[in-house]
Design a protein around this ligand. Sequence first.
Ligand SMILES: Cc1cc2nc3c(=O)[nH]c(=O)nc-3n(C[C@H](O)[C@H](O)[C@H](O)COP(=O)(O)O)c2cc1C
Length: 328
Amino acid sequence: MKAFPTSRFSIAPMLDWTDRHYRYFARVMSENTLLYTEMVTTGAIIYGKGDYLAYNDEEHPLALQLGGSNPKDLAHCAKLAAERGYDEVNINVGCPSDRVQNGRFGACLMAEPDLVAECVDAMKQVVDIPVTVKTRIGIDEQDSYEFLTKFIDTVSAKGCSEFTIHARKAWLQGLSPKENREIPPLDYDRVYQLKRDYPHLNIAINGGITSLEQAKVHLAQLDGVMVGREAYQNPYMLAEVDQQLFGSSGPILSRDEVIEKMVPYIERHIQQGGRLNHITRHMIGLFQGLPGSRSWRRHLSENAHKTGAGIEVVRDAVASMYENAPKD
Ligand SMILES: Cc1cc2nc3c(=O)[nH]c(=O)nc-3n(C[C@H](O)[C@H](O)[C@H](O)COP(=O)(O)O)c2cc1C
C-alpha cells in the first residue's frame, strides 16, 4: 500500500500543454505526481478520427479528463478509458470558454448539479476506476458557499468522492478563459471550509500555487494540491515533489539528468517520424530562472521546428546555455 494517495499532488489538465510528451517529461521528474490529460471531449472520442486516448505506459498514474454532459456518452468514454488502462476519469466542470459553454459542458454545469450527478452515476455504473470532478467555487453571481455545497451534496450523493476545486469562480460572459484564471480572486479559505464540512470527501485545491512550500501549507488542511501553469512554465519544480510531498528517499535528478532521460524518448519519436519540437516545446522552461536560460530557450525555439532537427539541437541548446551563462 502506498503511503499517500496519488491525488496528493497532481498536474492540472491543460489544453495544448499537457499532451503525452509533456506528461512523459513530467514523469521523468516525478514518479508519484498524478498527471491529467488535456480535456478531451466525448464528441472527439466518439466521432473523431484520431486516437484521443493514446498515451505512453510510463505516464501512470494518469487521469483522463473528459468534457461532456451527456451521461450515456460520458459513460461510454469512461468505459473506453478504463479499458485502455487509465487510472481515473475526471469531468471538467470548470472551463468557462464559449466553445465549451455552447457544448453545454465545463463550468456552466455548476448550475446543473443534477445533470452532473446523473453523469457521475452513469459513469460509475460502468467503471471501477475513480470518477472525479474538477470544478470552481462558483459561477457568475452564483458564488455563495451554499451554491457550492449544493453542488457537492448533489454530485457526491451519486458516488463522486473526489473533487478538485479551482479556488476562484468563473464569469461565464465577458472574460476570456485566460482572464478567468487571473481576475476572479482566489479564495482558499472556502476550499478549506469545504473540507471541514465534508471530511469524508477527498478535496484537492487548485489555483495560483507556485511552490512546494505553498503546496505543503495546503496539504495541512486538504487531501491534494493540483498545480497548473507553474508546473508547465517552471517544470523543474517537479524534481523534488516525490521527496518533499510523498516521502521518497530517491535521488533528485539534476536538470542535465532530466535531459539525458529524455534523449531516448526524443530519439524514438524522431525515428517514428515525429518532430523534435513536439517534445522540446514542453522543455523550454526547464532552466527557468537560471543564468543562461534565455540561450536555451532561444536555441530551441529557433531550431527545434526545422525539418531534420535531431537530438543535437538539444545538446547545442545546453552548450549555448552554459556558454552564455554569466560567469562570476
Ligand atoms: C493553457 C491552459 C489550458 C487549460 N486547459 C484546461 C483543461 O483542458 N481542462 C481544465 O479543467 N482546466 C484547464 N485549464 C485550467 C487549469 O487546469 C487550472 O485549473 C488553472 O490553470 C488554475 O491553476 P494554476 O493557477 O495552477 O495554473 C487550463 C489552463 C491553461 C493555462
